[in-house]
Design a protein around this ligand. Structure first.
Ligand code: HEM
Ligand code: HEM
Length: 188
């Protein structure tokens, strides 16, 4: 499938996304220990910055008319994704770049996962001033628990996505497709 060159806007937005999500994943690890409460404040403030970056990413994706590439959820698109997925098991890497295929499909899943983290995180954050959920009505407490559980499980999805994403980027690079140069160093 023919791939469009990456533009500088996508590179900048992606770099901001990678930095903020990595910061959230690391501070999230500390928060989950529940021994240093001030890290929850740091995580939440950074979380608001991350949410802004995610919103800009959605707007940029829309401006570039990239929705059909990141979300090829129709018969024609899924046929391409399915074919590339089968080829992975035959030792052929999926195509890289801004085109319909398995890689872009996975990028769309990654964007949805981090957006889910932002929504659940923000909703929890809005409940905290009311007493960390505990002094609220019991139904609000149940809602908080549901948000916290979803936030935790989604963080596993984001970790899995990140590991797979970096692994495949490194593999493409080693096999000579030079994705890092195309994506980061402005080479078209
Ligand atoms: C990609 C973005 C994010 C990632 C990867 C992330 C990751 C995590 C992780 C791993 C935890 C620990 C979960 C646990 O052990 O129960 C956590 C907790 C938390 N996060 Fe996030 N987070 C993100 C965004 C946000 C945002 C945007 C906010 C709010 C502005 C936020 C607020 C919170 C809060 C309040 C908790 C504590 C939940 C509890 O007490 O169980 N997070 N986050
Ligand atoms: C969790 C953090 C990350 C997320 C959510 C993420 C998400 C994405 C998305 C959505 C794209 C498609 C470009 C677009 O339409 O915006 C992409 C491309 C790319 N990402 Fe990430 N990314 C993350 C971290 C990283 C890291 C740490 C690396 C470093 C190796 C990386 C390397 C790349 C490369 C090389 C491409 C271009 C792939 C190609 O040409 O096919 N990403 N990423």
């Amino acid at each position: 499938m023919e791939s469009r060159p990456w533009d500088n806007g996508t590179r900048v937005v992606h770099a901001a996304l990678a930095i903020t999500v990595l910061a959230e994943l690391s501070t999230g690890l500390i928060v989950s220990q529940a021994t240093r409460p001030h890290w929850l404040v740091i995580h939440s403030i950074l979380g608001i910055a991350t949410t802004l970056v995610i919103i800009v990413d959605w707007m940029w994706t829309w401006a570039r008319r990239d929705f059909p590439i990141l979300f090829p959820w129709n018969r024609v698109g899924m046929r391409v994704v399915g074919r590339e997925a089968v080829q992975v098991f035959q030792g052929k890497l999926p195509g890289s770049g801004d085109s319909t295929g398995l890689s872009s499909f996975m990028h769309g899943i990654g964007l949805l996962a981090v957006s889910g983290m932002a929504i659940t995180g923000l909703l929890m954050y809005m409940e905290i001033p009311g007493g960390y959920g505990l002094y609220l009505h019991s139904s609000a407490y149940a809602f908080f628990t549901m948000l916290a559980t979803t936030h935790l499980y989604l963080s596993y999805v984001v970790w899995a996505y990140l590991i797979g994403h970096v692994f495949f980027a490194a593999l493409q690079q080693v096999l000579g497709h030079n994705v890092l140069r195309h994506f980061y160093l402005g080479h078209r």
